[in-house]
Design a binder for this molecule. Structure first.
Ligand code: GCO
Ligand code: MG
Length: 411
């Protein structure tokens, strides 16, 4: 294995679910041997592809596939400035592909490279959403019928999107009142949103009792003091976790959050730099670390992060939305199987279109994912099928969030 080298780094963009995914294929000097990695940063997919095609990819050619850590350390410092989302995603694509190759050469699934399974299935959570509490409840009912016991519940998406009538049903009087001639954007009402969340979970606990694990994603939508208020108000509803209550820029508020709220906290999908997670973990200010693997540079840093978090009693809950490729989802699942401090896995699911592009995904049954015992990630890429779903570029409309007065807000 020592003399097999990277021959070519190819980046394939595809959007089988209408969300642009960035997949890296590392071809080697061994005929027929290649690896797949996820470099998905859907809002900046073209930038990531440019870095891989014109910079990091050519730089990696000729490097030994066996030396994953040396690749990762060198790639991270090769541009001098580091720990940004675009370059981290690019490094992730090659890093994950090298782990795929390592598994194929060892004839082992990646989880076996890291000590083997700690569990036989990966517990998943799904998303329930709706414009009324009843509609959210109906979606919860549908997931329960499929065997899921962990369900993230949102009333009107992130920030409680106003309904067609212009306001959350419960808070008609909190119509989003904008100034005259409002700038374009997705306006939301922080007060209406904050007051609606406890009402949503009151309804859900009344309807479903206490045995279901409910989660909620604040999505960094509230001012810090309001986030503390919301977290405290949710105590009676015994959530499994409250996600992204604060933005990464407000790490300093987490100690205040911990003083006033008992709800378990999950944070991390926006993190790109170790200095964002180390204070939260070492001070035990969060309960779940939930990074987006490609945004921290791939699996090599995630292995270190999981082990570090385990020392502080922090569990993993890797980011698993529609803008992670099935290759990235498989990397999540292999880590979920092998890490002792696994918490829960977000699962967006995928359609037959994605299965055609990425054959070999997990079996999902009764709320668990089961990974077939195949070398590497165990998933493949059909490039002809990928070409049938061309990428769409540019940030999606929902990221142009605005407060009632028109101030640009975190989406
Ligand atoms: C989640 C996330 C996503 C993000 C999306 C950004 O919890 O899954 O908040 O929904 O908004 O991944 O592109
Ligand atoms: Mg989230």
């Amino acid at each position: 294995m020592g003399d097999i080298v990277i021959r070519r780094v190819r980046t394939i963009l595809t959007a089988p679910e209408g969300i642009t995914l960035v997949v890296v294929k590392v071809e080697t000097s061994e005929p027929g041997l290649y690896g797949l990695g996820c470099a998905t940063f859907t809002q900046r997919a073209a930038a990531v592809k440019t870095v891989l095609d014109q910079d990091l990819g050519p730089w990696a050619e000729g490097r030994p596939v066996a030396r994953i850590e040396d690749f990762w350390q060198s790639a991270m410092v090769s541009g001098y400035w580091r720990n940004g989302p675009v370059l981290n995603a690019a490094v992730s694509g090659i890093d994950m592909a090298l782990w795929d190759i390592k598994g194929k050469l060892a004839q082992m699934p990646c989880y076996d490279l890291w000590g083997g399974k700690c569990r036989d299935g990966v517990a998943l959570y799904r998303h329930a959403d709706g414009d009324t509490v009843e509609a959210v409840g109906d979606q919860v009912e549908a997931w329960l019928a499929q065997g899921y016991r962990f369900i993230r519940c949102q009333w009107g998406g992130y920030g409680g999107h106003p309904t067609a009538e212009g306001a959350l049903p419960r808070f008609r009087n909190s119509l989003v009142r904008t100034p005259a001639n409002p700038a374009p954007g997705r306006y939301f009402d922080p007060l209406g949103y904050r007051q609606s969340v406890p009402r949503l979970f009151h309804y859900l606990r009344e309807r479903f009792g206490s045995e279901i694990e409910f989660l909620h994603d604040v999505h960094e939508r509230l001012a810090p003091g309001d986030a503390v208020k919301l977290a405290a108000a949710l105590a009676p509803y015994d959530l499994f976790f409250l996600e992204d209550p604060l933005p990464p820029e407000q790490i300093g508020w987490f100690s205040r959050l911990r003083q006033h709220a008992t709800v378990p906290i999950a944070m991390g999908e926006l993190f790109t730099h170790p200095l964002e997670w180390t204070p939260l973990i070492e001070q035990r200010l969060i309960d779940f670390i939930r990074v987006h693997l490609s945004q921290i540079g791939g699996v090599s840093p995630a292995l270190k992060l999981a082990a570090y978090a385990a020392q502080y009693g922090v569990r993993t809950a890797w980011h698993g939305p529609g803008d992670v490729s099935p290759v990235g989802h498989m990397a999540n699942l292999h880590l979920d199987l092998a890490m002792p401090n696994f918490g829960i896995q977000e699962w967006a699911g995928w359609s037959d279109r994605s299965e055609a592009v990425f054959p070999g995904g997990p079996v999902v049954r009764d709320g668990y994912a089961y990974v077939e015992e195949r070398p590497g990630w165990g998933i493949d890429l059909d490039e002809a099928a990928a070409a049938r779903f061309p990428p769409v570029f540019g940030p999606p409309g929902w990221t142009l969030a605005r407060l009632p007065d028109g101030t640009a807000a975190r989406p």
